[in-house]
Design a protein around this ligand. Structure first.
Ligand code: GRF
Length: 212
């Protein structure tokens, strides 16, 4: 049994939800967090089905035609109503403003070795850039696009015959591992931020760099 109450987590999604699934699978037993709400900005996505199957309350809050500040405020209001303490972005394809980010840690996972290749299509950018190592990054979100303090990274090779899809598929399992590990670290209060750097009190089983 955990000796503290698990942290309440809200997960924002936009699509398939494999990162959400990794969180749902992890948040059991003595894991120090529980998913209490899943919100998608797009109706009908598979992530919502995954949440429903796991018995987690879901909401769809569409961004379409909604000013960004109002969209952010609606997201925030729902998550606050649920008593959320930590927010995870799991394939959530919107940028959140400073007012949304205030007062709770927001964790994002990105399919590139930041600060290289922020924004959309990390694997496509890596192939176009001719790099020989690509990867995944988990980080705390700040108001920039994929610019917040890095919590962990994993690196995978890029092969000559890689397509965007094959490379993305090689990176994805590492996203899952990194996101779950980062949530555990944040939930256990082991992350301290100093400027752009995150300092983490690592457990013996943890690595900030995972090499694929
Ligand atoms: C992941 O690669 C995520 O990093 C990116 O979009 C993809 C979403 O995958 N932003 P999923 O919805 O978690 O399966």
């Amino acid at each position: 049994m955990p000796d503290t109450v698990p942290r309440r987590v809200g997960v924002l999604v936009s699509g398939r939800g494999s990162n959400l699934q990794a969180l749902l699978d992890a948040c059991v037993g003595d894991f120090p967090a529980r998913v209490v709400r899943v919100i998608s900005n797009i109706a009908g996505v598979y992530a919502l089905e995954r949440a429903e199957r796991a018995g987690i309350p879901t909401s769809v809050l569409s961004h379409a035609g909604v000013p960004r500040a109002a969209f952010d405020a609606a997201l925030r209001a729902q998550l606050m109503d649920d008593g959320v303490e930590i927010v995870c972005l799991a394939g959530f394809m919107r940028v959140l403003g400073a007012e949304f980010l205030e007062g709770w840690p927001v964790i994002n996972v990105h399919p590139a070795l930041l600060p290289a290749f922020p924004g959309l299509h990390g694997p496509r950018q890596a192939i176009a850039g001719g790099v020989v190592q690509a990867g995944a990054t988990v980080h705390l979100v700040d108001p920039g696009v994929d610019t917040g303090p890095i919590l962990g990274q994993a690196s995978v090779p890029v092969t000559d015959d890689d397509t965007e899809d094959t490379l993305a598929g090689r990176i994805l399992p590492f996203e899952h591992r990194l996101l779950v590990q980062a949530l555990r670290q944040v939930a256990e209060g082991r992350v301290q931020v100093e400027g752009r750097r995150a300092h983490i009190a690592l457990k013996p089983s943890e690595q900030r760099w995972i090499v694929g």
